[in-house]
Design a protein around this ligand. Structure first.
Ligand code: NAD
Length: 263
């Protein structure tokens, strides 16, 4: 069965470059026939995004800092003017001060806690609020999480707390928006080589550890995450909401490393 997103229009938030998870999702959705708009954070990212957006036939790019209401208002106003309605939004946005993604969690500062939660979690609520007003016939909201939300992952620190809040947010939004036919889900990939991924202390070791030990002996790929996003945002995922879907080679089922890698 080929899953189609023909006739669906949506906003992709969080493409920083061609290694971004959001880009893997955008490509898969465009291949499935979806029409896309993109948001980017500031001019430099905008320049990198432009050729990528053009390559999938998109001519809608909006500059959005999710902590800035004016830019959020302007972005959703642009989408309303251009399309009138919206079928899906992909929220692939997270941030923490890099200096707190290493060392001990107990040293998390109040300022970075607030900022990380605001950008990595609250923004999904804010996006959902705005997007749902453009979804009179239902739609889909997707976000990206990581299993550091419920399993301690060294150096993931405050981001683990932010992802736990984001996963809970996914369930609460799913309940609020379900009666309107809007489904809300999160994809939880294993470690991937992206800008945000590289900011986490020990990223290379985490990547290697997952690759060597996951049941599939493989890390997530942009294609695998993209395929999952297409399923969730298309009619194939019609009865799935409030779900956290892992795309991690099965790593989350392990209780300990594979025998060859035990020390
Ligand atoms: P990335 O660096 O390519 O993307 C992160 C994006 O967040 C960037 O486009 C950046 O501009 C955007 N962003 C940060 N602060 C913002 C703000 N204030 N306003 C607007 N945009 C802002 O990295 P990625 O790994 O593709 O991250 C996408 C999502 O996937 C994140 O939620 C991340 O936590 C999640 N995730 C990543 C991994 C991994 O290992 N890379 C694993 C699981 C989940």
């Amino acid at each position: 069965m080929t899953i189609s997103m023909q006739g669906k229009r949506g906003l992709i938030m969080g493409v920083a470059n061609e290694r971004s998870i959001a880009w893997g999702i955008a490509k898969a959705m465009a291949d499935a026939g979806a029409e896309l708009a993109f948001s980017y954070q500031g001019e430099a990212f905008g320049k990198r995004l432009e050729p990528l957006a053009t390559s999938v036939g998109s001519d809608i790019m909006v500059d959005v800092d999710v902590t800035d209401d004016t830019s959020m208002d302007a972005a959703f106003e642009t989408l309303k003017d251009r399309w009138g309605t919206l079928d899906f939004v992909v929220h692939a946005i997270a941030f923490s001060d890099k200096t707190e993604l290493t060392g001990r969690f107990i040293n998390t500062s109040r300022d970075n806690f607030k900022n990380s939660l605001a950008i990595s979690c609250y923004s999904f609520i804010d996006v959902a609020n705005r997007a749902s007003k453009l979804m009179p016939d239902g739609g889909t909201l997707l976000t990206l999480t990581y299993q550091g939300s419920n399993r301690v992952t060294p150096f993931y620190n405050v981001m683990g707390v932010a992802k736990a809040a984001l996963e809970s947010t996914t369930r609460y939004l799913a309940n609020d928006l379900g009666p309107q036919g809007i489904r809300v889900n999160a994809i939880s990939p294993g470690p991937m080589k992206t800008l945000a991924g590289a900011a986490i202390g020990g990223a290379r070791k985490t990547y290697k550890h997952t690759d060597m030990n996951a049941p599939l002996r493989a890390n997530a790929t942009l294609e695998a995450v993209g395929g999952t996003a297409v399923y969730l945002a298309s009619d194939a995922g019609a009865c799935t909401t409030g779900e956290i879907i892992r795309v991690d080679g099965g790593f989350h089922v392990l209780g300990m490393p594979q025998p060859d890698h035990l020390v």
